[in-house]
Write a protein that binds this ligand. Structure first.
Ligand SMILES: NC(=O)c1ccc[n+]([C@@H]2O[C@H](COP(=O)([O-])OP(=O)(O)OC[C@H]3O[C@@H](n4cnc5c(N)ncnc54)[C@H](O)[C@@H]3O)[C@@H](O)[C@H]2O)c1
Length: 438
């Protein structure tokens, strides 16, 4: 090596060419792999943590099949401000008359709205939480929120996955009970947007439970499961002792996951946990993505309605349960739940109506109360995970909670139609009435 080599040895040009011929493909492979990792991280963030602004549609390639799906990603709104004064007022609204303070998640939703209102009306202090996502028109959720606000129940605008929001509201209110109803509902939509179900029903459930278990005084938890956990079960009526390890839809799988997570939190932290398996709930201020609601919309707008049929033309049957019966069952579950602590139970109850009817009979009842005929189109049921028949055995809920559904289908539909006609009178809420479920 001569003195002018400097600190680096002089490279033999041939040797360099040989090495560079190996380096080039290596660099290309490295760049490709880095690109894949970055793409993967973005896609993953889109599913669980949210890579888009709230409610935004993002196109994300679906994994193995290469198909593309539209993913409406409910996302976190980090550092959302919580009005602590309103939170405190809401959970102290009946503090003198009641020892119960309940956090109702999903209070902007159908069941959450009615249950919050009923709890408040009987003198229980309630605070609500909802992310007001646009799975169905959020204006309906905001109308429910407005009614609750006028009654004195505050609903915090926040996501279950936003731990900071949860921590603030738990630090302001000493909840004795949590009624956890917030979820991504709907069987068919799970085919289009599975990530939304993982986000709310699995990740959201765990985030909430982690905040709950860290409280100095750990509340009792009652949460919404679903009749859909019975999946492909053929034995009817469905009993809590039946197998539920054969879900027919991704929605059902996430609800079953909630039950299993609940068992875990009960086992490790002795949290009193109760799962309520609701059977097709309907009523005023109901969910526009559900069949009875879109049937009513289509009948009023002179559009045909699709009635699904199973193999061999058989009709679907559902154990339709009126909202006030579900509310009574949920409140009884809160009242009867054993306290959290050593030996606290994990309970499961069916809340249904016990009188399943086929969908044509259901439509006939809606027609009767609307005073208008439907244009019925019978179509084969798409393979999206709907089950053919549901029928609840509610004897356990009857025995332990005093649950007795009292509203007949005709009376329930009458009350729904009465509300529907007023709510949509004179073209009000037109965009909701024209909403077509995803
Ligand atoms: N209605 C039924 O027929 C039925 C049947 C079986 C089970 N359930 C279950 O009962 C519960 C209530 O159902 P519903 O009919 O009132 O549905 P809903 O969609 O009207 O109410 C759910 C509410 O939760 C909110 N939400 C969703 N994800 C959230 C999140 N990550 N953070 C905060 N809020 C979130 C939504 O905005 C919505 O307002 C759900 O858990 C549902 O799965 C309902």
């Amino acid at each position: 090596m001569g003195s002018d080599d400097g600190p680096f040895p002089r490279m033999d040009p041939l040797h360099w060419r040989r090495r560079s011929s190996l380096l080039k493909p290596a660099l290309i492979i490295l760049t490709f792999l880095t690109g894949c990792v970055i793409l993967y991280m973005y896609a993953d963030a889109g599913i669980v943590q949210g890579g888009a602004s709230p409610g935004e549609y993002v196109e994300v390639p679906k994994t193995a099949s290469g198909m593309y799906v539209d993913r409406k990603v409910p996302t976190l709104e980090i550092a959302k401000t919580v009005d602590e004064e309103k939170v405190l007022q809401s959970c102290q609204s009946h503090a003198a008359d009641s020892t119960m303070i309940v956090l109702v998640t999903g209070a902007g939703g159908f069941v959450g709205y009615h249950t919050s209102m009923a709890l408040h009306e009987r003198g229980t202090s309630v605070l609500g939480l909802d992310n007001f996502n646009d799975y169905y028109p959020p204006t309906l959720k905001r109308d429910r929120q407005l009614n609750l606000m006028e009654a004195g129940v505050h609903v915090v605008d926040g996501d279950l996955n936003d731990q900071s929001v949860l921590e603030v509201i738990f630090s302001v209110c000493q909840f004795t009970h949590v009624l956890h109803l917030a979820a991504q509902a709907g069987v068919r939509y799970a085919v289009k947007n599975p990530g939304a179900y993982v986000h709310s029903n699995v990740a959201g459930f765990v985030t909430l439970m982690e905040v709950i278990r860290a409280q100095p005084s750990v509340p009792v938890v009652v949460f919404a499961s679903s009749s859909s956990v019975y999946g492909t079960n053929k034995k009817t009526p469905f009993s809590e002792d039946d197998r539920t390890d054969n879900p027919a839809s991704l929605y059902a799988a996430t609800k079953k996951a909630d039950e299993m997570l609940a068992h875990t939190y009960n086992n490790i932290y002795s949290i009193s946990m109760t799962a309520l398996r609701f059977f097709t709930v309907y009523g005023p201020y109901g969910r526009p993505d559900m069949a009875y609601f879109s049937f009513a919309n289509n009948i009023m707008l002179d559009k045909p309605i699709k009635i699904f049929q199973g193999p061999g033309g058989i009709e679907l049957g559902r154990d339709f349960t009126f909202i006030s019966d579900i509310v009574a069952g949920a409140i009884a579950a809160l009242d009867k739940a054993a306290p959290t602590g050593k030996g606290a139970p994990f309970k499961i109850y069916n809340l249904g109506n016990t009188h399943p009817v086929n969908v044509t009979a259901f439509v006939n009842t809606i027609e009767h109360h609307l005073g208008k005929k439907a244009i019925k189109k019978y179509v084969p049921m798409p393979a999206t995970g709907d089950v053919l028949f549901t029928h609840a055995d509610v004897s356990k809920a009857q025995r332990e909670l005093g649950y007795t559904p009292t509203t007949s289908l005709s009376e329930g539909i009458r009350q729904f139609v009465e509300w529907y006609k007023v709510y949509y009178k004179d073209g009000q809420h037109k965009e909701q009435q024209e909403y077509v479920p995803a």
